[in-house]
Design a protein around this ligand. Sequence first.
Ligand code: SF4
Length: 680
Amino acid sequence: MTRTHCPYCSLQCGMALERVGRTLEVQAWPEFPVNEGALCRKGWTATGLRGHRERLTTPLLRGADGEFRPADWEEALDHVASRLRSLRTAHGNDAVAVFGGGGLTNEKAYQLGKFARVALGTSQIDYNGRWCMSSAASAGNRVFGVDRGLPFPLADLERADVVVLVGSNLAETMPPAARHLDRLRERGGRVVVLDPRRTPTAERADLFLQPVPGTDLAVALGVLHLLDAADALDDAYLAERVEGFDAVLRSVASWWPERVERVSGVPVAELRALADLLASSPRVMVLTARGAEQHAQGTDTVLAWINIALGLGMVGRDAAGYGCLTGQGNGQGGREHGQKADQLPGYRMIDDPAARAHVAGVWGVEPDTLPGKGRSAYELLDALGTSEGPKAMLVFGSNIVVSAPNATRIGERLDALDLLVVCDLVLSETAARADVVLPVTQWAEETGTMTNLEGRVLLRRQAVAPPDGVRSDLEVLAGLAERLDAPVPFSVDPAEIFAELGRASAGGVADYAGITYERIEAEHGVFWPCPAPAHPGTPRLFADGFPTPSGRARAQVVAHRGPAEPVDDDFPVHLTTGRVLAQYQSGAQTRRIRALPDDGVFVEMHPMLAARIGAVDGAPVVVRTRRGELKAPARVVATVRPDTVFVPFHWVGANRLTHDALDPSSRMPEFKVCAAAVSA
Ligand code: SF4
């Protein structure tokens, strides 16, 4: 039996894998504290891709006839390296881009960043985690001086008095986490949910607010206004531990509840009920997720909710504070080790001379050979194949064709490349458009670390050998680095890479220097920062101060701007997107697992809207935006706002509709709201 972790979401549930005859069975691992043996149906069926008939086991090269043909690894890697060399010679190092993923292990994310900067010498690297929790990361860095999704263990939820979930449907996206809410309520605590849809999570709530998509920020401004008016803020805490809060209070003075109701649709009585609940509760926890964050004003929305947690004096208090529920499996670790356009390992900024010198020293290269900051994920994709943009791209752990906003446009950009190389398990929609496809190992076939939503570093152990013909992403990188005459060798040993990652992160914000595989296994994970072998790790941050120059949190003034694309006469309905229980991200894996229901894409709408356009439950409707259209069955439910339609994003379609307006700070696209027209 091999103890490991689920291949999917950021909860990283512990599970055991056991070979029974020729099959690999998922079993419970009750001792692992995050999920205590519980798994959702995605976790229980996660081995379904093993031996799948669509599993790729040989490299594929696209021939002159436009068709794929099988190739051996030597030919495929030689071909890729040769094409990369000639494109770099003709157009410079930035002619080659690298696109990573928030599901890659820490070792892969680290090696990918090193490969881009050292072997390719390109600044053009970013990853799909930019579209996950980057707004919360940006906000956390600005206020607290550090970005860790939850600055406390998840189980602390149970001991709070009130948990406010802003744009999180955790009962569907990470079901084992919902038990913490159930235990909280059994203790007499309260759960508050804000969501344009009455989700299964909202069904558990004591107070449910249903704002217009894109107005969570206005709600936060109004709630802080009410708390201030009620003299419910913690003046002593603010004086001692927070900078800039007077300006924040001045900025919310005009956000009377009636104004908030006009903007958000949330009735004044519900706003007052939320403010009263927060004012009377000793331990308040505010948690944001993609519903609040995937907006062009996502960073400001998170900042506004952080201001409430600060104003109440909750941040750093036991079983209270602010946190972000990250999404992808390694949403946290994936953003710490250098696959972001602006970062080096250890959450160091790439334009910091001291950071460059430290990391270059670990890598064995000169600091001035490292490129600078590149383009963010959407901006990178939007530049592909243009006169100024990259001519080739290597993709690891991402299905861009399904997951990018304004996806038709991005598909055209991919097609404009001279060379697209995709590493994947199966022929995903993105791999199907590639010039070269390299078949790589999946989670049960390899060892590596993940950092879950709590900042807990975990170890996935290899349980089975990969199929013949398949290599790990690390072997792909090493093979290409050698062919490109990289100045330093690239290891394929995860443990060796993790030790190097620890040295590169030493002294940084996300310090892994004291973490080893052995400690992770012995301690059920180790929380960063952990700067030395004798250090116990840091489950809870901020109890004694913030890692800012003054040691105080830096409250930020923010203003509500509303959606980048407001509804109008031509596009009168809000479109929002999200997930369903049985599918994960672009669905490249889960749509292929037979034991998981695949109902296909649908359009969820309220009966009032359905009646107005003549839609019938189960019959096709057409959703149009300024970027594209989608025909899919209507799902008529009373749980969504009458002015809003919801489309899940696990299938091709939803992101052909979504808007590509970007948050000015995080560069997060506005996945969660745009203007649409719906017809039967
Ligand atoms: Fe896997 Fe997330 Fe489900 Fe846990 S909640 S089993 S980590 S998908």
